[in-house]
Design a protein around this ligand. Structure first.
Ligand SMILES: Cc1cc2nc3c(=O)[nH]c(=O)nc-3n(C[C@H](O)[C@H](O)[C@H](O)COP(=O)(O)OP(=O)(O)OC[C@H]3O[C@@H](n4cnc5c(N)ncnc54)[C@H](O)[C@@H]3O)c2cc1C
Length: 401
């Protein structure tokens, strides 16, 4: 019998897969459309680090981000059990080498705020300021500075491949249908209500559609372009084969980072390229930028074999915050896109919100700051003072990488 979906999810990145799984858990029949195979989106190109935002910044978006990160241990366990695939959630920790006195002062403030909240991880403070000697004890192969390091016990990692496979498998077990090679051309809307999705010569009828289309979201018609404007921001990364384990967790230095993937692999990231368009090439300039900084931080990387280089397109709203919720102008149309650098950390909350909104008409989280909204493409305009305006997706201090 043909699968007549209650909901069509467009996009099989981490956000689409997570939303589909949660929707199916609510008893809804879900079909996921994905435009290509292999999937070109950001998720498969991610490094799977789950980093908390700086405690010095507070906003409704950052509160939701922290909430989602807090949901992760239980989410990972539930997903592992539901799929039979271990998503390898680990509190690996992260150490940021401090390069200057002002940054040391900033780090001291962060630790003070977190200590005041008495936030602990396995009995240790969530954030710790390390002396030069202590930093050397944690990451023995890393360089040190006289300013020491900031260590976060909260930072975690997951296996990106396992997590994506697990979401797909968990969904499949409860009836989610995946259609690959099926590019949604547009969303059919009549009398301000969603009718379905046009794919090639076929229109799939369905009253509810969720656009989880990452960097491509603005291409799905004028309503999404107006209410959920997203641009691609390219991120390049490098995988090295290491002769032994060179580091314990995530190592950060000058906005670049290294992460150990098991005993004999290390991933290095990443660039933030706002004018890349939809080009997913890795470039000498991008790779050089990553290698220069990461080999400075961890000199032993310089002689390791390069296993792979790649690039992915992060979906960035102009204010760097995701869009989450119903899209005005078309009953039944929802969006979950624009997760920029934090899509993995934000996935548990996103999936829950989308499922609750569609199944129950409301959700348990205050998402008012993330509702679809008009964002002007600021880089296309001149500011009043005649300067070129700020480019999109400025860093939001949100634990991004
Ligand atoms: C190098 C790099 C490292 C990163 N590291 C981290 C990290 O450590 N931690 C973290 O949290 N985040 C990280 N990110 C960011 C993270 O990958 C993104 O935030 C996240 O993957 C966004 O997920 P998404 O599902 O919204 O988008 P995507 O993964 O891009 O998925 C969108 C999907 O929609 C599909 N699609 C689009 N249009 C259509 C259409 N019309 N029809 C059918 N299908 C369509 C696309 O093919 C795509 O597969 C990193 C990103 C990069 C590039």
């Amino acid at each position: 019998m043909e699968h007549q979906p209650d909901v069509i999810v467009i996009g099989a990145g981490v956000i689409g897969l997570c939303s589909a799984w949660r929707l199916a858990q609510q008893g809804l029949k879900v079909t996921v459309l994905e435009q290509d195979e292999p999937i070109p989106g950001a998720s498969v190109n991610s490094l799977g680090v789950l980093a908390y935002p700086t405690p010095l910044r507070q906003s409704p978006f950052l509160s939701l981000h922290r909430e989602s990160l807090g949901m992760f241990p239980q989410f990972a366990q539930e997903l592992t059990e539901a799929s039979g695939i271990d998503v390898q959630f680990t509190r690996c920790g992260s150490m940021e080498i401090i390069p200057t006195e002002p940054q040391r002062e900033q780090a001291e403030k962060e630790v003070k705020v977190v200590n005041a909240q008495r936030l602990k991880v396995d009995g240790r403070p969530a954030l710790e300021l390390l002396s030069t000697r202590e930093a050397k004890q944690v990451e023995r192969e890393a360089i040190t500075t006289e300013f020491g390091a900031l260590y976060s016990n909260l930072t975690a990692q997951v296996s990106v491949d396992n997590l994506l496979h697990a979401l797909r498998a968990a969904g499949e077990k409860i009836g989610v249908v995946y259609r690959n090679g099926c590019r949604a051309q547009h969303i059919a809307i009549g009398r301000e209500k969603v009718k379905g999705v046009a794919c090639g010569s076929e229109t799939m009828l369905c009253p509810r559609v969720v656009a989880c289309t990452g960097a491509w979201t603005s291409q799905l018609g004028p309503l999404l372009k107006r209410n959920a404007y997203v641009e691609p921001v390219r991120g390049q990364a490098i995988l090295l084969e290491t002769p032994r384990r060179l580091l314990q967790g995530v190592l950060k230095w000058k906005k670049k980072y290294v992460i150990a993937l098991g005993e004999n692999l290390a991933a290095l990231g990443s660039t933030t390229e706002k004018d890349s368009g939809f080009d997913i090439s890795a470039t000498p300039q991008g790779l050089l930028e990553i290698l220069t900084i990461t080999t400075e931080a961890l000199p032993a990387l310089a002689s390791c074999a390069v296993k792979r280089v790649w690039a992915g397109l992060r979906p960035a709203a102009l204010d760097s915050k995701p869009y989450l919720g119903p899209v005005p102008g078309a009953e039944g149309l929802y969006v979950a896109a624009g997760h920029y650098k934090v899509g993995f950390g934000f996935a548990p909350l996103t999936g829950e919100v989308i499922a609750q909104l569609i199944a129950e008409g409301d959700c348990a989280h205050d998402i008012s700051a993330l509702l679809p909204r008009l964002c002007e493409p600021v880089n296309k305009k001149k500011r009043k003072d005649g300067q070129a305006s700020e480019s999109p997706a400025g860093d939001a201090g949100n634990g991004d990488l």
